[in-house]
Design a protein around this ligand. Structure first.
Ligand SMILES: Cc1cc2nc3c(=O)[nH]c(=O)nc-3n(C[C@H](O)[C@H](O)[C@H](O)COP(=O)(O)OP(=O)(O)OC[C@H]3O[C@@H](n4cnc5c(N)ncnc54)[C@H](O)[C@@H]3O)c2cc1C
Length: 392
């Protein structure tokens, strides 16, 4: 079955992909989000549903989309195509540590290789690479940028520990096809067990990320399709008509984590290695783009001063440049999730009423800044220019 999983990329993230020429390789499959609608509690039914709007809080794009929904498979293919176009054909990919390139630096792709060990030797990092063919090879680098996921081996080797939350929720991911048009709206409904999120895709399809207590997810994963659809209708309501299951169901046990530090001499962590967020706001990959953009600025600044990537200003600058957004996003996503998923009904209602009140306050702008990206973190690529080049 086709891999239909999707990622929501905020407007600033898409600007970065445009600047790097990556979106040129994305087919028209990136669906723009023009409206975000957030609601609290079970959907209303009957007359009450007709009298009230479908959300307590909503944002409407004035012109440019707020964000885009992209199939992961398309994004990965575009990233690989953009990478291939920057390196010479003879050296694009290899199964072992051979394919050296020139042009855009010494780019080398080692598929299926794992990092077995890493030590610091003076100003450089020595890495032991296991390519699965017996003899491990060695690599020397001034700076290691580790994107090896939430369970980062590099983080352990560099002694950058994580604080993990206890696992109590699972996210079920799938595709639904709605009877009525979604009008490029992203929906988020905060339910007692966790948020139910629908992101618009082409046609009437929507990407579902439904977070719930782990035991409930186990039951829904094996429920007959009609039972699953009925559960979706009960959770989301009638506003899009009947919701048909239109893809396979996948389950993701959630265990958000955050690290106090994400940089050490010669090592920086990026992506989920640095911060595994609750998917409540669909921001994990966007944060990873922010990591890359800030690191690119730090490296460009060092180069402009005649410094090499191993210079302390690079990893210090990166640590500082990521601190605010990392902690804010981690606290906001886990905090909002805990508030709605674990609080007594009365507290949840109050929070829901708070949402409705936010609609008329300036705080609403803060949430829209998160949704569109690029405000909490300033970086050249997120603003649509190459690091080191002045704004036009
Ligand atoms: C249900 C769900 C929905 C989400 N939706 C969104 C969304 O809409 N928008 C958004 O921005 N984010 C979203 N996210 C978050 C996003 O998916 C992650 O933030 C993102 O995938 C992190 O990418 P990563 O490359 O940092 O880590 P990973 O995807 O975990 O990749 C790590 C890679 O490192 C490799 N690796 C690990 N150890 C080693 C080793 N020792 N040697 C070599 N390689 C190694 C692994 O094989 C893997 O390929 C969602 C997350 C979930 C769970």
């Amino acid at each position: 079955m086709a891999d239909d999983r999707t990622t929501t990329i905020h407007a600033a993230g898409m600007r970065m992909l445009d600047t790097l020429g990556i979106s040129d390789h994305l087919p028209d499959a990136a669906t723009p989000i023009m409206r975000i609608a957030v609601a609290e509690g079970a959907p209303l039914t009957g007359l009450a549903a007709r009298r009230r709007p479908d959300s307590d809080l909503s944002w409407q794009a004035s012109e440019d989309p707020l964000a885009y929904v992209v199939r992961n498979a398309d994004l990965q293919a575009a990233l690989m195509a953009a990478l291939a176009s920057t390196i010479s054909p003879a050296s694009s990919a290899s199964t072992g540590p051979k394919g050296k390139t020139d042009g855009h630096g010494n780019l080398q792709i080692m598929r299926g290789a794992t990092l077995a060990g890493m030590t610091r030797d003076g100003a450089s990092m020595q890495m032991e690479i296991d390519s699965g063919h017996g003899n491990p090879s060695r690599l020397t680098a001034g700076l290691v940028v580790a994107c090896d996921g939430a369970n980062s081996h590099v983080a352990r080797l560099a002694e950058l520990p994580a604080r993990e939350e206890r696992h109590f929720q699972t996210a079920i991911v799938s595709i639904l096809r709605a009877e009525r048009p979604h009008q490029n709206t992203a929906f988020q409904r905060f339910l007692p067990g966790g948020p139910f999120a629908l992101m618009p895709m082409a046609g009437h399809r929507l990407s579902l990320v439904w977070t719930m207590p782990a035991a409930e997810a186990e039951t829904l994963m094996v429920a007959a399709p009609q039972m699953f659809e009925a559960a979706c209708m009960e959770a989301f309501g009638q506003s899009l008509g009947y919701l048909h299951l239109d893809g396979q169901r996948l389950a993701w046990p959630l265990r958000p984590s955050v690290r106090r530090r994400i940089a050490a001499p010669g090592v920086v962590l990026a992506g989920d290695a640095a911060h595994a967020l609750h998917p409540i706001a669909g921001q994990g990959y966007n944060l990873a783009l922010g990591d890359a953009a800030v690191l690119a600025d730090c490296l460009a600044q060092a180069r402009a001063r005649g410094l090499t990537p191993d210079h302390p200003s690079v990893w210090h600058g990166y640590e500082e440049g990521r601190r605010a957004e990392r902690f804010l996003m981690s606290a906001a996503t886990s905090g909002i999730n805990q508030l709605f998923a674990r609080s007594p009904t009365m507290v949840r209602r109050l929070a829901g009423a708070g949402f409705a009140m936010l609609e008329r306050t300036r705080l609403k702008n803060m949430f829209s800044d998160i949704a569109t990206g690029g405000r909490l973190t300033r970086a050249a690529l997120l603003e649509g220019r190459y690091p080191g080049r002045a704004p036009e």
